[in-house]
Ligand binder design. Structure first.
Ligand SMILES: Cc1cc2nc3c(=O)[nH]c(=O)nc-3n(C[C@H](O)[C@H](O)[C@H](O)COP(=O)(O)OP(=O)(O)OC[C@H]3O[C@@H](n4cnc5c(N)ncnc54)[C@H](O)[C@@H]3O)c2cc1C
Length: 489
């Protein structure tokens, strides 16, 4: 089976790695990985400057989703996996230019602890009363149409909770806009709880109790009995990264591929379905493949597939994307003065600033910044401020420095700065996403040998992209060997 993989981001690389494994296991597999840029990795890219790991794109992945950790282990990167320093985890929200810590007991935007919620300065008294009354909400009928995250949060906790909680948290994760993101896709657990319990707080507390009871029962079944008083098992860190940065994963994957199968700086300009397979055109040459894995962003896949299937092309092209900018700044820690404890802060759009968030990198991942240095990573752009992409590096650094001075009082000059622009890199799961994905999957199922992978479909983060890339490749190998597996995108 000859396969063309279009796009050498993490999804395309995971697919290529899987095909490479099949080839090593004697499957009759050949592949070509086409990447339009002159490097592999897509959004994953890090650089080490004077011993400090600077992430241009993602800095880590969610620990609870296993696909990324499994792949790292398979590639021999197990010893380099680095958990986030969760003992120091504390995140602030900027409110009227003051940093206010997120109250304890917040679970997926839902306050679950009375005293921290009552005492926090994040919300006004009116919002706190509303949060209390939320406990009385009756169940909502299931099967209602999808709605925006902002609408769901507002119905339960009011618009201040949208502005100061949902909006900054979601723009920090998706570079997105709570008024557009699909509640059913982004917060499926909350939608389910709403139909079961009405109150999200009651639903979340019930889920928490259930999880604790299950953990206790499983410990008992394993014969561990009651843990000694005070001896709680250490919680897993929320994020995991790599000691040398996310680039380590890209380098390890690249090292497993046959260099002759990788074509850098070679954008695919068209694909066509023919009686003999798929005609893939790149660099003025047309070649025939049995299968195609489209691992480019959905907007690029939409352009390539429109001539093959107009409805499919239209649905893919309609998936919105946001752009973002990261600015890394390395400082001499002694010159910074005291910083608030924790990992950094998020900035609600209503604050009217260019920055969306700022991470204190040297605190989040220990051992990736030399002693005596501090690294700040600022995020800018997002759905509401795409215009910033056109600004020069100098202007962006000046903006971040001005805002850091106003928020943290930092005036000292950074020793090093690095600006990265990510145009249309983050898919947005807008209201109606699931219906659109179902239509896309149905059209793809009519086109034998075609698979889609990447962040536009079933998870925006690195683990989901890896999972979909590997799954696409496995399905094609199985189909070529006549071993049907459950079809997917
Ligand atoms: C700034 C930033 C921070 C992030 N932080 C995190 C994080 O901390 N944790 C996390 O889990 N996720 C994070 N994400 C999200 C995650 O990094 C991405 O969703 C994921 O890397 C996307 O991978 P992909 O392979 O789907 O797409 P991409 O990385 O976009 O790769 C697609 C590739 O396709 C290529 N391509 C496009 N068209 C063609 C063509 N016609 N021919 C050939 N090649 C083509 C592109 O050049 C690109 O290299 C972040 C993303 C960004 C931008």
């Amino acid at each position: 089976m000859r396969t063309a993989i279009i796009g050498g981001g993490i999804a395309g690389l995971a697919a290529a790695y899987e095909l490479e494994k099949a080839r090593a296991a004697d499957a009759e597999v050949e592949y070509t990985l086409f990447e339009s840029r002159d490097r592999l990795g897509g959004s994953l890219s890090s650089e080490i400057v004077n011993g400090a790991v600077l992430e241009r794109g993602p800095d880590s992945f969610l620990t609870e989703k296993p696909s990324a950790i499994e792949l790292c282990r398979e590639l021999g990167l197990g010893p380099d996996l680095l958990p986030s320093n969760d003992a120091a985890r504390k995140t602030y929200i900027l409110v009227h230019n003051r940093l206010i810590a997120l109250p304890d007991g917040l679970m997926f935007l839902v306050p679950t602890r009375l005293i921290p919620t009552a005492l926090t300065r994040l919300f006004s008294l009116t919002t706190k009363i509303r949060m209390g009354l939320e406990l009385l909400l009756p169940p909502r009928p299931s099967g209602l149409p999808d709605e925006a995250v902002a609408a769901l949060v507002k119905r339960h906790f009011g618009s201040e909770a949208v502005d100061r909680l949902a909006d900054p948290l979601l723009s920090g994760i998706y570079g997105g806009d709570a008024a557009q993101l699909s509640a059913r896709t982004v917060l499926p657990g909350l939608v389910k709880m709403e139909s079961e319990y009405g109150s999200l707080t009651r639903g979340m507390l019930a889920a928490h109790r259930k999880m604790r009871a299950m953990a206790k029962a499983s410990a008992k079944a394993k014969g561990q009995g009651q843990a000694p008083a005070g001896a709680r098992p250490a919680p897993r860190s929320i994020f995991t990264s790599l000691r040398g940065g996310m680039q380590q994963l890209i380098d390890a994957l690249t090292a497993r591929l046959d260099p002759a199968s990788v074509r850098l700086a070679t954008p695919v300009s068209s694909i066509e379905k023919s009686a003999h397979g798929w005609r893939v055109k790149a660099d003025g040459r047309t070649e025939i493949y049995d299968a195609v894995i489209l691992a480019s962003p959905a907007w690029a896949a939409g352009v390539l597939l429109a001539p093959v299937d107009a409805a499919l092309g239209e649905d893919l092209s309609a998936i919105p994307y946001s752009s973002s900018i990261t600015v890394n700044m390395v400082y001499d820690e002694a010159k910074l003065g005291p910083l608030p404890e924790g990992f950094g802060f998020l900035i609600p759009a209503v604050e009217g600033r260019a920055m969306l968030a700022c991470t204190f990198v040297h605190r989040k991942f220990l051992g990736r910044t030399p002693p005596g240095k501090a690294v700040f990573r600022a995020f800018l752009g997002g759905m509401k401020n795409e215009g910033l992409l056109a600004e020069s590096d100098e202007a962006l650094v000046a903006t971040v420095r001005r805002e850091l001075k106003e928020i943290l009082g930092i005036e000292t000059e950074p020793e090093h700065t690095q600006v990265s622009r990510w145009r249309r890199a983050m898919a947005q799961y807008a209201v109606g996403h699931q219906e659109r994905i179902a239509r896309i999957a149905a059209r793809v199922a009519t086109l034998p040998g075609l698979r889609l992978a990447g962040n536009a479909y079933d998870g925006i983060g690195i683990p989901d992209c890896i999972r979909l890339g590997r799954k696409a490749a496995r399905e094609l190998v199985a189909a070529a060997e006549q071993q049907p597996v459950a079809p997917s995108l």
